[in-house]
Design a protein around this ligand. Structure first.
Ligand code: AMP
Ligand code: ZN
Ligand code: ZN
Length: 424
């Protein structure tokens, strides 16, 4: 029995070495010798607060930061998922990019509401995302999830035949968002499109992870479950880097987050119905901020209630929101806007149960809302400094355009802000 297994092992060894010899003798295939052009990969780790990097559980991100660039990035206001993802790929802040919130209304569509599931181009057509600019310029793109990447941008939805969308441009490879598709599969899908022959291989790719945000919401930013989610996504980044290396694919990686996360609690709730008369208003969105519409004719009464001093909250007419928020001109922003102090939530009424976990949406300058930014790859100057006064996420758009080799639209993003990061 023993001698049989030794014989089998010897056979396997011989077969292996024979195989190795054959491979060495064979001329290298075109794929092996090809000098691959760098691909730009934009990775979003939703809700990855900048300081999560210092929990000691992110060896792969730390290595990329150490060999590249790392900084705290200022999100756009409001610090929500859809407005910020759209700001990063359009270079325009929410007030101008049209995605002013995760949930919206528009007087032009009185019977509809925008939710995170809305893919009617009507909601998205205000400004062109970078993958559309790239596709129009002949640069192939692929998205492994990104808010708005499933929308035929510039198209029109048929009102008579509501699922039909006419015209519009999408990334040549895109996927309908599905939370059930795990991180390993998302990374493998990115690696798979890069394994293609050069003529059908994308040169700009997005990749999106949601689990750090989900854990932060349910358990809070400081919970062990959130730290575990951070470490799991770090392992997926490690798999991405290893996969790229194995296929000899150079990549300029821009890894960032849409916003951070702050803890919330039962004793930091502001109940709107204890401040104003619910007969005077309608709440459009609530949480770290509340956007509010007045019942017609009840504006004066509502203003009197909202504008009297309330601890931990400030309210404005939309046209009077302080300029530093760059928010308040878009028609989709309701007439009144109240912002909670970081950690304080504004709810229509006092919740019955305990309030735990975390949230985001607060002041974009609050340290808790600061977002991850890492850049690594052949185009980047190792450990180059980002602007001392910080930079905004809209500044990433002109950087991406330069990496991809397309002309950016004039936008809220400052092309000079991150130009020092690029070596060539
Ligand atoms: P937020 O409510 O701002 O925390 O939004 C985060 C959530 O947005 C994630 O947990 C995802 O479930 C959801 N999400 C992210 N990307 C998409 C997408 N492309 N389409 C629909 N939902 C998405
Ligand atoms: Zn988010
Ligand atoms: Zn979130």
């Amino acid at each position: 029995m023993l001698s049989r297994s030794i014989a089998a092992a010897l056979f396997a060894l011989t077969a292996l070495s024979g195989c190795a010899t054959n491979m060495m003798e064979r001329p290298a295939s075109a794929a092996q010798t090809e000098q691959r052009a760098p691909v730009t990969i934009l990775v979003s780790i939703d809700g990855f607060r900048e300081d999560y990097l210092r929990r000691g559980v992110t060896p792969n991100l730390a290595a990329l930061a150490n060999d590249g660039i790392e900084a705290a990035m200022r999100p756009s206001f409001p610090t929500k998922t859809f407005p910020n993802h759209w700001a990063i790929v359009t270079g325009d802040r929410p007030d101008r990019n049209g995605i002013v919130a995760n949930n919206m209304e528009d007087a032009a569509r009185p019977d509809e509401k925008f939710t995170m599931a809305s893919d009617d181009p009507f909601w998205w057509n205000d400004v062109e995302p970078i993958w559309v600019t790239a596709e129009k310029a002949g640069v192939r793109t692929a998205t492994m999830f990104w808010p708005g990447s499933n929308v035929p941008w510039g198209g029109n939805q048929d009102k008579e035949w509501p699922r039909a969308i006419h015209g519009g441009t999408r990334p040549q490879d895109w996927a309908q968002f599905n939370q059930q598709i795990g991180g390993t599969q998302r990374v493998n899908m990115v690696l798979d499109v890069l394994r293609r022959p050069a003529d059908i291989r994308p040169r700009f790719v997005t990749l999106y992870f949601d689990t750090v945000d989900t854990a932060g919401h349910i358990k809070g930013p400081d919970a062990p479950e959130t730290t575990r989610a951070i470490s799991e996504v770090d392992a997926h980044i490690g798999a991405l880097v290893a996969g790229l290396k194995a296929m000899g694919q150079p990549a300029n990686l821009v890894i960032l987050a849409d916003h951070g996360m702050a803890a919330r609690s039962t004793d930091r709730i502001i109940a709107l119905d204890s401040i104003a008369n619910p007969a005077d208003y309608r709440v459009v969105e609530s949480g770290p901020y509340a956007s509010i519409a007045a019942v017609p004719g009840r504006e004066k009464a509502l203003e009197a209630a909202l504008f009297k001093a309330t601890p931990h909250m400030q309210c404005w007419r939309k046209s009077e929101i302080p300029a530093r928020f760059h928010y308040g001109t878009h028609r989709r922003i309701p007439a009144y806007f109240c912002l909670g102090e970081t950690g304080w939530e504004i709810q229509p009424t006092r919740p019955k149960g305990e309030v735990t976990g975390g949230n985001h949406g607060w002041d974009d300058r609050a340290p808790e809302m600061a977002a991850l930014f890492i850049a690594n790859g052949p185009a980047f100057a190792k450990r180059a400094k980002t602007p001392a006064g910080g930079f905004a996420n809209v500044d990433v758009y002109p950087l991406l355009a330069r990496l991809i080799g397309v002309t950016p639209r004039a936008s809220d993003g400052d092309p000079a802000a991150l130009s020092g990061l690029i070596t060539r």
